[in-house]
Design a protein around this ligand. Structure first.
Ligand code: FAD
Length: 426
């Protein structure tokens, strides 16, 4: 490793950009983070509504997300277990549900033992065919779409198997907001001498054997020695849309399909604030409530005693309606809850204080929520983990190989790994 001080650019001040930035700045380099938005944190967005904390983006920390938990402890950020029970609503009844049924274990075993990877939809039809398995196919598809935001026509069965098996270790949330973590990381980066340039959207990366020139909107170009790109995959995918994205000049021919092969899904989150937590009468200890309605997944703030319910519509179902107005989701949410709790919509409306819809497809800087593994994405990731000429690197939740794809943990770890790789390649 050389002791020369380099100027290192990082595109994006999300968790991956900050984690890479801290490490590189503390290693003695001059790090400049270019962020298109007004604040750091990217998809982490904690807001306040009527005195309640509302998370537009991530909310949960998996128990075995080691790097996230290490940082929460280091910064002394309180986090609490989200350890309520799961319930399912079915034909007017709400019953406690168990995620570890015998058929689910059979499904996981079959997924685990699959020798050649298959898209998950094909896998289900091949190994669990016919009407006898219809219910299992439906619930497995619902889980892959809702939780992983996966399109089952392309999602990797082997990757889902690895991830689903690691889902046993409980989860936590941060009562003061996920963005507390962002504020501590930002402080650590700036205290070490790092710079964050807000409202600096990197438009293109022009690189030669001598330097890397970043064209940044409405600002003069910046020249850096090395660059870590931490943007969400849709901003890199050159084969998909006509929306603005980061241009590379030159773009290595052999990398053209890499970004397109990583899956990426979206979510609509509906947060509802109520006069009182009416669900506590039938189910006082509920964490998750699953329904057959339009918005299939709901959660409470248990163990915190707050009159908040969050509805979650993920994957292709969210993709299809992501442009609808907020009132559309409010109406669907009220109808779903009316069926679940057998309370008329008019009564629910009287109980509702306020609501907020977060449709992530509409977010300019992320255009969706998070990545999912496709049959090709393992290869694509391996490819994208190699630097371009030991000078341009890719990090972010989508550029991570491990047990927690699509999470804050994935973003943190990928930022650290790419920063270490950059230092090793000096
Ligand atoms: C609704 C939702 C729920 C989620 N739930 C959870 C959860 O419960 N638990 C969990 O662990 N994870 C969850 N996640 C995933 C988690 O939020 C992400 O994996 C993680 O925050 C991604 O971090 P990142 O640094 O890779 O990307 P980002 O946070 O997207 O950071 C990239 C940054 O780049 C900026 N940018 C974009 N284009 C440009 C450009 N051209 N120039 C400069 N800057 C640019 C963006 O503004 C952004 O700040 C959720 C995500 C969403 C959306």
């Amino acid at each position: 490793m050389s002791s020369v001080k380099n100027t290192i650019g990082i595109a994006g001040a999300g968790i991956a950009g900050l984690s890479a930035g801290i490490l590189l700045q503390q290693a003695g380099h001059a790090v400049h983070i270019f962020e298109s938005g007004l604040v750091s944190g990217g998809r982490i967005q904690s807001r306040w509504m009527h005195g309640y904390l509302v998370e537009a983006g991530p909310e949960f920390i998996h128990g075995n997300a080691r790097e996230t938990i290490r940082l929460l402890k280091k910064y002394k950020i309180p986090f609490v277990p989200a350890n309520g029970k799961m319930y399912s609503a079915f034909e007017g009844r709400i019953l406690e549900t168990n995620d570890r049924s015998e058929t689910w274990d059979q499904l996981l075993d079959q997924m685990k033992n699959l020798e050649k990877d298959l898209p998950f939809g094909e896998f289900l039809l091949k190994y669990f065919p016919g009407t006898a398995h219809e219910e299992l196919r439906e619930s497995a598809t619902g889980f892959a779409e809702g939780f992983d935001l996966a399109d089952t026509r392309t999602a990797s069965t082997q990757a889902l198997a690895v991830e689903w098996q690691s889902e046993d270790s409980g989860q936590f949330r941060i009562p003061g907001g996920y963005d507390t973590l962002v504020r501590f990381m930002e402080d650590e980066f700036i205290s070490a001498g790092g710079k964050i340039w807000f409202q600096h959207m990197v438009e293109s990366v022009n690189w030669t054997s001598k330097d890397i020139r970043l064209e940044v909107n409405k600002h003069p170009p910046y020249t850096v020695d090395k660059l870590i790109v931490t943007l969400p995959v849709p901003m890199l995918n050159h084969s998909a849309t006509n929306l603005p994205r980061l241009l590379f000049n030159p773009f290595p021919e052999e990398q053209l399909n890499t970004f397109a092969q990583i899956g990426y899904g979206t979510v609509v989150k509906l947060v509802m604030i109520w006069k009182s937590a009416f669900w506590k009468t039938p189910i006082p200890d509920a964490q998750f409530i699953f329904s057959e309605g339009f918005i299939p997944t709901w959660w409470t703030q248990y163990p915190l005693d707050l009159p908040l319910l969050t509805g979650w519509l993920g994957g292709p179902a969210a993709e299809n309606v992501s442009e609808k107005p907020d009132e559309f989701f409010l109406d669907r949410g009220l109808e779903t809850l009316s069926d679940v709790f057998s309370i008329p919509v008019s009564e629910l409306k009287n109980e509702l204080v306020d609501f907020r819809v977060f449709s992530w497809k509409k977010e300019t800087w992320s255009r969706g929520a998070y990545s999912f593994p496709t049959v090709q994405s393992h290869q694509a990731r391996i490819f994208s983990l190699k630097s371009w000429d030991r000078r341009i690197y890719f990090a972010g939740e989508a550029f991570y190989e491990g047990l927690h794809p699509g999470t804050v943990e994935a973003a943190l770890v990928s930022g650290i790994d790419r920063a270490r790789q950059l230092l090793a390649e000096m």
